[in-house]
Ligand binder design. Structure first.
Ligand code: MN
Length: 450
């Protein structure tokens, strides 16, 4: 396994506090901010799904455990952050693992006060009585929703007595999303590391690919490398499709064998300290592209290069998409797949390009694989800024199984997508996933060499 460099420094408590203050600076003193954690979810009987806290909780304080609530209220001009956490409990800890408890939380996390989750109902109700507006994303944690609802029911009384009590609820997500959209230097380090691990996983999958191998076996290779190199695992279920499965955008049963002559498409990314990577590569199962496969592969690669080059400060967020579409349409006209002129081919209603390229060229990437951030704030395309991270992932899919369109025989069941993770910087696009090979020569020199 190639070295991927030292683990980056963890995000510091100072940085979490800067994030918190940025959010607080947009709030009113009589606001109460609540960031909830999702409940644990039963898989079957007494086995639970692997727990992951909400991205907003991870963003604002890095707390990973369930039964937690982040709360901020204003006291004489200063914002006070309280975190509710699972209590210390020897029996639970013997069975399920050690807990920091309130003592550990206050000592090591970027908060001012820590309480146990058992105190939630009393302390939160008390705090609600004193605020006017509750900033909370409802529907995520029913414990919290129920306490907030009770406060609204009771508020007419408390308003009459004390002149306080919650009058309105607002979702704080739009404000948090705007902060999360622009990544700090420390976040970029985590994301680069995540992309480096995912790149190594793709390289190992390429090496292990040969006719007859199961898609599920390559899934094992990918997920094994993710863990081996220190990520927590997948950021989303791996898409591992060979032959006609490569033409199904989100195929993820991964239960077929990879056969000689087919193209294999793998879309897989890991999560490192909460941050996602998202990489797609496509390669020939037998290690050698046919001429037809090369034609489509090189076209998608050229489209991707054009799209990456459009990831620059000041461009609209859909500039990469338009750049990719233009290259793909020109190429397919050249190859005789499209019999329209360029403008017609690109037309949203009747253009032939969308028969073979039916998705967008990318999305924001961060704590969520499809990360937060409005693409068209106020109806106008977002302008790219330094610190934004987006995927660039054009593709072409010739599914000969499709009844809706006649697939050109020469390209039957070729599905190609090439996806990288791109950071927008003052010096142009910085490809976080650049360790992952993608030229025809590079790929042919790696596939099947394990
Ligand atoms: Mn993607």
């Amino acid at each position: 396994m190639s070295a991927i460099g030292d683990e980056p420094v963890r995000i510091t408590n100072e940085e979490y506090k800067v994030r918190q203050q940025r959010l607080f600076s947009q709030m009113r003193p009589d606001d109460l901010l609540l960031i909830t954690s999702p409940k644990t979810s039963v898989r079957s009987n007494d086995v639970h799904y692997v727990y992951r806290n909400s991205s907003d909780m991870l963003y604002l304080c890095g707390w990973e455990d369930p039964d937690s609530l982040f709360m901020a209220h204003n006291e004489e001009g200063n914002w006070v952050v309280s975190l509710f956490v699972q209590p210390k409990d020897v029996l639970k800890e013997i069975w399920e693992g050690r807990r920091p408890g309130a003592e550990g939380a206050i000592e090591h996390w970027p908060i001012d006060m820590a309480h146990t989750y058992e105190e939630l109902s009393d302390l939160l109700s008390n705090r609600l009585e004193k605020c006017s507006r509750v900033l909370v994303k409802t529907g995520c944690n029913l414990d919290v929703d129920s306490i907030v609802n009770d406060a609204f029911t009771a508020k007419s009384r408390s308003r009459q007595k004390f002149g306080t009590g919650p009058n309105s609820i607002e979702d704080p997500s739009p404000r948090i999303n705007e902060l999360r959209l622009r990544k700090s230097a420390a976040e970029i380090q985590q994301m680069r590391h995540s992309a480096m691990i995912a790149s190594q996983a793709h390289i190992h999958a390429m090496r292990n690919t040969k006719p007859g191998i199961g898609e599920w076996q390559l899934e094992g290779v990918i997920e094994g490398v993710f863990k081996w190199l220190g990520s927590s695992g997948i950021a989303y279920p791996c898409i591992i499709g060979s032959g006609e499965n490569a033409t199904i955008l989100h195929y993820n049963v991964n239960s077929d064998t990879c056969d000689d002559g087919e193209i294999l498409l793998i879309d897989a990314g890991c999560e490192y300290r909460g941050y996602a990577s998202d990489i797609t590569r496509s390669w020939p199962v037998n290690g050698k592209f046919t001429d037809a496969q090369k034609e489509i592969y090189q076209l998608v690669l050229d489209a991707q290069t054009a799209a990456i080059n459009a990831c620059v400060v000041g461009n609209e967020y859909d500039a990469p998409h338009e750049a990719a579409r233009k290259v793909l349409a020109e190429g397919l006209i050249e190859l005789g797949v499209i019999n329209q002129n360029l403008d017609e081919a690109l037309c949203a209603e009747n253009g032939q390009l969308k028969s073979w390229y039916m998705h967008n060229t990318g999305h924001w990437l961060g704590l969520d694989v499809h990360d937060v951030g409005i693409y068209r704030p106020d109806g106008k395309a977002r302008i790219l800024e330094e610190g934004m991270v987006l995927t660039v992932e054009p593709g072409l899919y010739f599914g000969s199984w499709r009844p809706d369109v006649e697939c050109p025989e020469r390209y039957s069941n070729i599905g190609i997508r090439i996806e990288d993770d791109v950071l927008v910087t003052a010096n142009g696009p910085d490809v976080l996933s650049k360790d992952c090979p993608k030229t025809i020569d590079e790929i042919q020199s790696i596939v099947g060499t394990a």
